[in-house]
Write a protein that binds this ligand. Structure first.
Ligand code: ATP
Ligand code: MG
Length: 583
């Protein structure tokens, strides 16, 4: 599944290559199961050059930003002969659901990545996290805090001012251990105590001013049920998860840079206490993906879904991976996109047209061509016998002649695009108007003779005559010199179905940046539902089959609403970048 193009180097690859050259992690053993150091050293087991992980919190569906992180982590593991773990970071009991776990597994598989046995839940490590907390307490590295949240906040200090030591900071290890065990036993209500790491209240990095590492939360957890009423904080749990799984390179987004000193502080102490393997995992930060015309924050995506601005998590307009899949975007397109944008150490915005371009390029290479009339207008060929029909032949992929041609039925009544006829042609119009000749693509040359209109003056049918000796592909057919070439479908053979024309979800590059609510920036025209006429063979399209509809863009048979023999289609992208017009 690796793309054949060579990988562009970046600062993360440089770090990995230096570590591999120095043999940094070669001494580690791995029993194939996460666990504390003592357990890890039992038996040799599987070895991998590097171990990365993708650690989503199962509190929402994955979005395009996650795709960047997934391709980075799984891609590096693949390129360097390593392994990448899928780890559900489910340490927060309140917001996590099985539905999200399933959707995340689905999305990462869909992107084309596999993790074998290496699927883990952070909540499975709660007992180790607890055990390590007791060891930290015994060694004097953690204490039970009994101030209120407000008191703690007041004594934390500011960026320019040191914090103040808590009156509880000098509790003895025995006293701390007793209180911590009673916290675990459920003797106290939420908020009565927390466990804090004992680091430095005057540190320049506020994250090191005795951060909270455990809190009381009488809440049911989706995995551990009611076993626990104390839960580890993310900043404490995450480094331990990495260490227990023998991760080598722990890649995260830039906002975690300030947490790295805490990550290292904790693991250094846990290594000294014999809890985790060395060499320790190394955290490295990279810039998150910011993409124009969408929002990439779970909170905002939840709001769009809950307030029904979109039709669920897999709405094809949403920047979720399940939405992209329904939209007709491709996993290869995402992987190309990830390669193209690379990884950097500073935040930048990527234009949506870059992602769309990656999808368009991949679809152009792979999608068979078909004919669709999206805004149908009847064309009647007066001199073609009413009952007669014949076949014309259209190439399946003009750049790949070996894919051959397919028959397209032709008859005396056709559908053409409404915009391909003009009763009074504007200047430079080469398509159909009374007295003008055009070629029906892959078929005959016709000459327009007139049209019918309804009471409102709307054209309802166009009339023409055809030239029987002008059929494409037959000798002499090229003697007809015409400037216009229009597509068509035989009216009695065509398949009429619902087609959804999707456009960008937001009308502005940075939704909400004008100071207003991002909801106000939604594009009111992001979805149009039409009934189109399609080439008869498309009636048999399987769900998720993708096509180029000539002149109209790339379309996919919707995987949710299609029925066998009755597919409906979604537009993935247009043939050209229509948003860059006039820029
Ligand atoms: P959000 O900011 O949307 O709420 P999150 O960071 O809370 O997302 P997690 O489930 O914690 O979501 O993310 C899993 C992984 O995906 C993390 O390692 C995180 O750094 C990464 N990730 C999240 N958003 C992006 C993004 N926009 N670009 C790159 N990586 C991202
Ligand atoms: Mg997060």
């Amino acid at each position: 599944m690796a793309d054949s193009e060579s990988k562009v180097s970046n600062f993360i690859r440089n770090i990995i290559e230096a570590d591999l050259a120095a043999g940094k992690y070669a001494s580690r053993t791995w029993s194939g199961r996460p666990g504390p150091a003592a357990q890890q050293k039992v038996g040799a087991g599987e070895t991998a050059a590097i171990r990365t992980r993708f650690p989503p919190e199962p509190n929402g569906y994955l979005h395009f930003g996650h795709a960047k992180s997934i391709c980075l982590n799984f891609g590096l593991a693949q390129d360097y002969g390593g392994a990448c773990h899928l780890r559900f970071d489910d340490t927060n009991p309140e917001k996590e659901e099985q539905e999200y776990v399933d959707a995340i597994i689905d999305a990462v598989h869909w992107l084309g990545w596999a993790w074998g046995e290496n699927q883990y839940f952070a909540s499975d490590y709660f007992h180790w996290m607890y055990e390590f907390a007791e060891k930290l307490i015994e060694a004097g590295h953690a204490y039970v805090e009994s101030q209120s949240v407000d008191e703690m906040r007041a004594s934390r200090g500011t960026l320019t001012e040191a914090g103040k030591n808590s009156p509880y900071r000098d509790r003895t290890p025995a006293e701390n251990l007793d209180l911590f065990r009673r916290m675990k036993a459920g003797e106290f209500p939420d908020g009565a105590h927390v466990l804090r790491a004992k680091i430095d209240m005057s540190s320049g990095n506020i994250n090191l001013r005795d951060p909270t590492i455990y809190r009381i939360r009488h809440a049911e957890h989706h995995n551990t049920g009611n076993i626990w009423c104390i839960y580890p904080m993310y900043a404490y749990a995450h480094p331990i998860e990495d260490a227990l799984e023998n991760i080598t390179h722990s890649l995260c987004t830039l906002e975690f840079a300030d947490q790295r000193p805490l990550y290292d502080w904790l693991l250094d102490r846990l290594a000294d206490l014999g809890c985790v393997n060395t060499p320790l995992p190394q955290q490295t930060e990279f810039a998150r993906l910011n993409l124009t015309y969408v929002v990439l924050s779970k909170r905002k995506l939840v709001q769009l879904v809950d307030e029904k601005h979109v039709d669920g998590w897999d709405d094809p307009r949403l920047p979720t991976l399940s939405g992209a899949r329904r939209r007709g975007f491709t996993p290869e397109g995402f992987r190309r996109f990830a390669e193209m944008i690379g990884v950097a150490k500073s935040d930048a915005w990527i234009d949506m047209s870059v992602l769309e371009g990656c999808m368009r390029d991949h679809l152009n290479e792979t999608a068979p061509r078909r004919i669709a009339v999206l805004d149908p207008l009847k064309l009647i060929i007066d001199n073609y016998p009413a009952e007669q029909a014949e076949e014309c032949f259209a190439p399946n992929h003009p750049q790949q002649p070996d894919l051959g041609k397919r028959p397209v039925p032709f008859s005396g009544e056709l559908w053409i695009e409404r915009e391909d006829f003009a009763e009074t042609p504007p200047k430079g119009y080469f398509r159909l108007f009374p007295g003008n000749k055009v070629r029906l693509r892959y078929g005959f040359v016709i000459e327009c003779t007139g049209c019918d209109k309804d009471a409102d003056g709307k054209v309802v049918a166009v009339y023409c005559n055809y030239f029987a000796d002008s059929k494409s592909g037959t000798p002499g057919a090229d003697n007809y010199k015409v400037k216009g070439n229009i597509h068509w479908l035989s009216a009695r053979h065509a398949y009429a179905t619902e087609v959804r024309l999707y456009d960008r979800l937001f009308a502005v590059e940075a939704p909400g940046s004008g100071g207003g609510n991002f909801i106000a920036d939604l594009n009111p025209n992001s979805k149009a539902v039409i009934t189109a006429q399609l080439e008869p063979a498309l009636k048999d399209a399987a769900a998720e089959e993708r096509f180029q509809f000539e002149r109209h863009g790339y379309f996919v048979a919707d995987r949710v609403d299609s029925r066998p023999g009755a597919p409906v289609f979604n537009r993935a992208v247009t043939l050209k970048d229509s948003w860059s017009k006039g820029k």
